[in-house]
Unconditional design. Structure first.
Length: 733
């Protein structure tokens, strides 16, 4: 079993804390003092980074966190001297090993980049050259710093092995498209490590990755820190990643650092309301399910400020529940707290006041009543919490299925042709059955490539099924029957991951909604009123109707996408990663909106996500998918509290928890990638990565020879494993 060894971060943080208290701290590798970076625009000067101070020591990880627009990435690019016109660094020092990088010539700075400081970007696909082999790209990073080709080639192979690329000798000559997302990120890290830099700047290095691959990359960075002594500046919005990997934390908002200190100190108690609210807004995989249906997530109201129009005083005050008159007029200084162990920029906590917990709220910003559930109409503590806003039950009171998928198979190669005839079938979905009732959420989880989105697109008619059936509506009409297409369109709607790509940039919000209302048959004279009602229902106002998509934030665009989906009065929404591209605070708002709409309208959701924390919070039932098949399914609390399939255990074990107290827990880090659906393994499809299968127990040939059925387990859920329940999820503490 591949169990992640206990991290040294706890020891490191404690050592750093002791050093600070005794005054024996070693010289920092990186010191940033008073950094200011501006952009000259037609409307004036935008100060994206304003008086930022950072300190990072060799062999340490500093996490820089905050929402989009807070200045994290501009700070990183400023350190690298990679801010281009119209941007400019106008003030401050960037001391690296005692040298001020601002004083170096362009040639001197070019030498330091790569050789002493390297950067790992968020999207490995765009960072790699698609027409060069990965080996040549690593070698190129060495050749530009003086290595000969033979030495560079040898070093490239060593680096691929160091970052955990299997069969490196063969894969060194392959191209980026032949690697998975996690493998491409490893290649980017290998390029960054080519010249053995002292500092690695990682800009959201795991945001686009599955939780299992994220665990592999974080484990790799921890090993590099411990074994090679690399210092890491980790930019992220995921507080779980920060809690598990970082020694120190700097929280940014509106271009400023508003709080910083040792990670354990920050997570134990926050001195800035923004830090406290960010942590509370995160759904947790270890949350208590009791009363989950009775309240939404705590959510920070509003959106991050526009750097071009920051409010006076504390930039956070328009969203802060503790704001006072002084907060609205005076900018608080980043003042030391607890004998210099930490610092915060808040007038409220500077005088000694504590920050009360952020209460759960619905999408309108109202806090929930105790013991009641949030709806757009009223709070009723005693009524049925599944679909209260619409009658979605039958005469017996049971929830009514509105979508039923039975033994569905989808051959994604069916429409492909070549000179040699049709290719062999590739079943991205292979024998999947599931159902969604009104007023409930079925969460669908699994790694990229497991077939989740193919299944969803097949349900709405984008892909054609090879076999099996899809039935929709109150009468469960066969979607392939003569009247099935109309029933499907009126029953099921799709909410996409990228709301900007799903909206026509040349149409106003009103025009997009009008198109959907016309499809539903709403008379032209009634559409204006319907559009106003729709836009208000999703938390926007009438003034937004005549704007174009580019004028909105990501969270607002997702609200518009939901409003458009609701325009045809569907009974089921398929939500395909609807919050994965959003900041934590905006994610909480959208989750609360979805909960409110579900309960008000009695909607059923098929909610697809790779974030298991979000799925736990929102779902009633969960289905875990691996290589085209459901491997475990059941009530969400049963699956999360006692997962029966080793893949489910691995997914949950790999999920980061925003709590430094549990960072030493044992974790299962799966090796390798998801096999190709073109040639799935015989028997159990998970056996090539399974921690309790033939890889560890060679005598378990049943896993090789016989495909396990999806059977009911003693724990109550169903799992497709010959040894279901054998692998136990380690406790968090």
């Amino acid at each position: 079993m591949n169990i992640l060894p206990k991290t040294a971060a706890h020891t490191a943080a404690t050592s750093a804390e002791n050093d600070m208290r005794t005054g024996h701290e070693t010289s920092p590798l990186l010191q940033v003092h008073g950094l200011r970076t501006e952009f000259v625009t037609e409307t004036g000067i935008v100060r994206a980074v304003n008086d930022v101070d950072l300190t990072l020591h060799t062999g340490k990880v500093l996490g820089v966190v905050g929402e989009s627009g807070s200045g994290k990435s501009v700070t990183a690019r400023s350190i690298m001297r990679m801010v281009h016109s119209p941007g400019r660094i106008v003030a401050g020092e960037i001391l690296f090993n005692g040298r001020d990088l601002r004083g170096l010539t362009t040639d001197e700075m070019r030498h330091i980049r790569g050789s002493e400081i390297a950067m790992v970007f968020q999207d490995p696909q765009s960072a790699l050259n698609p027409v060069m082999s990965v080996g040549d790209q690593i070698a190129e990073a060495l050749i530009v710093h003086g290595s000969d080709k033979r030495t560079a080639r040898r070093r490239a192979l060593e680096l691929l092995e160091q970052v955990g690329i299997p069969d490196a000798e063969r894969r060194v000559d392959e191209y980026p498209h032949q690697f998975s997302g996690g493998m491409r990120q490893r290649v980017v890290i290998a390029i960054a490590l080519a010249s053995s830099p002292k500092l690695l700047i990682a800009d959201e290095p795991t945001t686009a990755l599955d939780v299992t691959i994220q665990a592999q990359i974080l484990r790799l960075l921890a090993r590099l820190k411990d074994d090679v002594g690399v210092a890491v500046l980790m930019i992220t919005h995921d507080m779980g990643v920060v809690a598990e990997t970082c020694d120190d934390v700097a929280v940014m908002y509106g271009g400023r650092v508003v709080e910083h200190g040792p990670a354990e100190v920050i997570f134990a108690r926050q001195e800035h309301p923004y830090t406290a609210d960010l942590l509370k807004a995160m759904p947790r995989i270890d949350e208590n399910g009791d009363g989950r249906r009775s309240q939404g997530l705590p959510a920070i109201p509003g959106a991050p400020p526009d750097p071009a129009a920051l409010p006076p005083g504390c930039a956070f005050h328009p969203r802060c529940r503790l704001a006072e008159d002084q907060c609205r007029s005076d900018v608080p200084e980043l003042s030391p707290r607890e004998n210099g162990l930490r610092a915060a920029a808040c007038w409220i906590t500077e005088r000694g006041d504590t920050i009360p917990p952020l209460e759960p709220a619905d999408h309108t910003g109202r806090t929930t009543a105790s013991g009641g559930r949030v709806t757009g109409i009223a709070v009723h503590p005693d009524e049925d919490t599944r679909g209260a806003g619409s009658d979605t039950s039958d005469s017996t009171g049971a929830l009514q299925d509105l979508l039923v998928v039975d033994d569905l198979r989808v051959n994604v190669a069916a429409d492909r042709r070549s000179l040699f005839g049709r290719p062999d079938p590739v079943y991205a979905v292979d024998g999947v059955s599931l159902s969604v009732a009104g007023g409930e959420t079925l969460g669908l989880v699994g790694e990229s490539g497991c077939g989740k989105s193919t299944l969803a697109r097949t349900v709405v008619g984008i892909n054609r099924p090879s076999s099996g059936s899809i039935r929709v509506g109150a009468g469960l009409v066969d979607a392939s029957s003569p009247g099935g297409i109309q029933a499907l369109q009126s029953t099921v709607q799709y909410v996409f991951q990228d709301p900007y790509a799903s909206l026509n940039p040349r149409r106003t919000v009103r025009q997009s909604l009008d198109e959907a209302l016309e499809m539903r048959g709403v008379p032209r004279s009634e559409r204006a009123g319907e559009s106003i009602e729709l836009i208000r229902r999703v938390g926007l106002n009438e003034g937004h109707l005549d704007r174009y998509p580019h004028a909105f934030s990501g969270g607002q665009r997702q609200r518009i996408g939901i409003a458009r989906a609701l325009a045809v009065e569907p009974r089921v929404l398929i939500c395909d990663e609807p919050v994965s591209a959003l900041d934590v605070s905006i994610q909480a708002q959208i989750i609360n909106l979805l909960e409110t709409l579900r309960d008000d309208l009695g909607l059923g959701y098929l909610f697809i996500a790779h974030d298991l924390s979000v799925v736990r919070h929102l779902s009633d039932r969960v289905a875990v998918m691996y290589l085209g098949q459901i491997v475990e399914t059941g009530p969400v609390e049963a699956v999360y509290s006692s997962p029966q399939h080793p893949y489910t255990v691995a997914l949950m074990s790999s999920s980061p928890v925003p709590d430094t107290a549990v960072r030493d827990r044992e974790r299962i880090v799966l090796t390798g990638d998801l096999p190709s659906p073109k040639d799935p393994p015989s028997g159990c499809r998970f056996r090539t990565r399974c921690p309790i299968g033939p890889l560890v127990h060679p005598e378990r040939q049943i896993c090789v020879e016989k495909e396990p059925a999806l059977n009911t387990t003693p724990a109550g859920q169903r799992a497709a494993c010959h040894f279901a329940g054998e692998m136990v999820l380690a406790p968090a503490s």
